[in-house]
Design a binder for this molecule. Structure first.
Ligand code: MRU
Length: 346
């Protein structure tokens, strides 16, 4: 890929600044965990798997910043670092999954000296990043077989290389189909209010010369009804035990429209996006973001000052609308409850 979403370099975390795309391709450098937490909150980096990687690297940076004479003091401060990272964004479970993995690895090596633990944490964060890339490629391979020759694929938000360590989940499937030589094209919903589709998905696909057409969110039904959409593929921020899936606000509407028009609706996500502790999607915490994201476009007001606004960042698509969930371990359909559990045990 011609860009790098996030990397650990010379004990710094480097991220492409997604708030400045598509206008400028700028890479920011972070040397402390607080600024990584701020970058996650401020959407410099976004997308469930990518914020998981960022949180892990933030924890590794934090471990390096800790000044401690004793192991107890080190572990107490490390727990504070993890709490700061965990308070950044509430919906994508990959963030909490990555933080828990970092905590677990530190605990496993508690008997080592503190510098060794710091190095182990750094290595683990880098491993999470490398694994994510491999996982996305496997999702791509598993999903590409579902994509028909000459397909027009509708996607919502950005579940691409920018939302992961690279390659993407939903866009990973699209990339893999394209690499396999299938003649496909993508319709990208602009994805109001933050415009992940217009700013990021369109940018990323155009860079790789995968044919993409940008549409406003309210046009999806029009094109489905005309028979122009072959299938829909989206990513996920959290998948409950019954298959209900939280993803970018507007995903639910796309899924309902797809069902009405007999179009397959696929979710592509790594197993780390499953949250089997939640029985259904009703329990998934939904982030509400600042009203300014709705009232302003690129800093310009598009609504009267003082208007009342709601801005949920995600919605939940009930499992009944999901044709299949594509993971790195295989594709699951039908009775999600049994199959998601089986996949996590593999
Ligand atoms: O608010 P964002 O941009 O972090 O939301 C991102 C999404 O909803 C993605 O579709 C999801 O995280 C999957 S990314 C592979």
């Amino acid at each position: 890929m011609s860009f790098r979403t996030i990397e650990w370099k010379d004990n710094k975390v480097i991220m492409i600044d997604q708030t400045r795309l598509p206008g400028e391709e700028v890479y920011n450098e972070y040397g402390d965990f607080q600024s990584v937490a701020e970058a996650i909150r401020g959407m410099i980096i976004r997308g469930a798997p990518a914020i998981g990687v960022a949180a892990a690297m933030g924890v590794a940076l934090g471990a390096r910043e800790i000044v401690a004479d004793t192991h107890d003091s080190f572990f107490q401060q490390l727990s504070n670092v993890c709490d700061v990272m965990a308070r950044t964004r509430p919906t994508a479970v990959n963030l909490f999954w990555a933080i828990e993995r970092m905590k677990r690895v530190a605990e496993t090596h508690r008997d080592k000296d503190l510098n060794a633990i710091r190095e182990i944490l750094k290595a683990e964060a880098i491993r999470i990043e490398e694994e994510d890339l491999a996982i996305c490629r496997a999702i791509g391979k598993n999903g590409a077989v579902l994509i028909k020759e000459n397909a027009t694929i509708l996607t919502h938000c950005n579940a691409g290389g920018l939302a992961t360590a690279g390659y993407g989940t939903a866009l990973g499937v699209i990339r893999a189909a394209h690499e396999a030589g299938k003649k496909i094209q993508v319709f990208a919903d602009e994805t109001r209010p933050w415009l992940q589709g217009a700013r990021l998905t369109a940018w990323e696909l155009m860079k790789e010369e995968i044919p993409v057409t940008l549409i406003a969110d309210n046009m999806a039904g029009f094109f489905m009804k005309k028979g122009e959409i072959t299938c829909c593929i989206v990513g996920a921020d959290r998948i409950a035990a019954n298959g209900d899936t939280a993803n970018k606000i507007g995903t639910y509407s796309v899924a309902v429209l797809a069902r009405e028009n007999n179009i397959p609706f696929y979710v592509a996500a790594p197993v780390s996006t499953f949250d089997l502790s939640l029985a259904s999607g009703d329990e998934i915490p939904i982030e509400e973001r600042h009203s300014r994201e709705v009232t302003h476009l690129s800093g310009f007001p598009v609504a009267p000052e003082g208007v009342k606004v709601r801005n949920p960042a995600f919605d939940v698509t009930p499992a009944k609308y999901i044709t299949a969930i594509i993971t790195e371990k295989g594709v699951v359909k039908g009775d999600y409850l049994k199959q998601l559990v089986a996949l996590t045990r593999q």
